[in-house]
Design a protein. Structure first.
Length: 95
């Protein structure tokens, strides 16, 4: 079964709130069987208008990626992220 991926580009003017988000979100990744592949505070932007934090998470499958996004423990972290940053976030199935 193909792996599931969460890929995010986070534009965070409130870095202090984003640090709180990270502390709350990281345990949820593990609880859903995920692995953090990338967390880059200064990625090289080749196309697109704004720079931000790049994040890539890998899960065993798409169900596990969906589990993470909808997991009750993630809701508090997500609420902080929504206040602190603009985010482009996708879930994608690997090949």
């Amino acid at each position: 079964m193909p792996k599931g991926y969460l890929i995010a580009h986070i534009r965070a003017p409130d870095f202090e709130k984003m640090q709180v988000f990270g502390v709350l979100a990281r345990p949820t990744v593990s609880k859903c069987g995920g692995t953090i592949l990338v967390t880059s505070l200064n990625p090289t932007i080749k196309e697109g208008p704004k720079s931000g934090i790049a994040v890539a998470l890998e899960f065993e499958n798409m169900d596990a990626a969906e589990c993470f996004y909808h997991f009750e423990d993630y809701k508090a972290a997500k609420a902080i992220r929504l206040l602190a940053a603009g985010t482009d976030l996708i879930l994608a199935e690997g090949m």
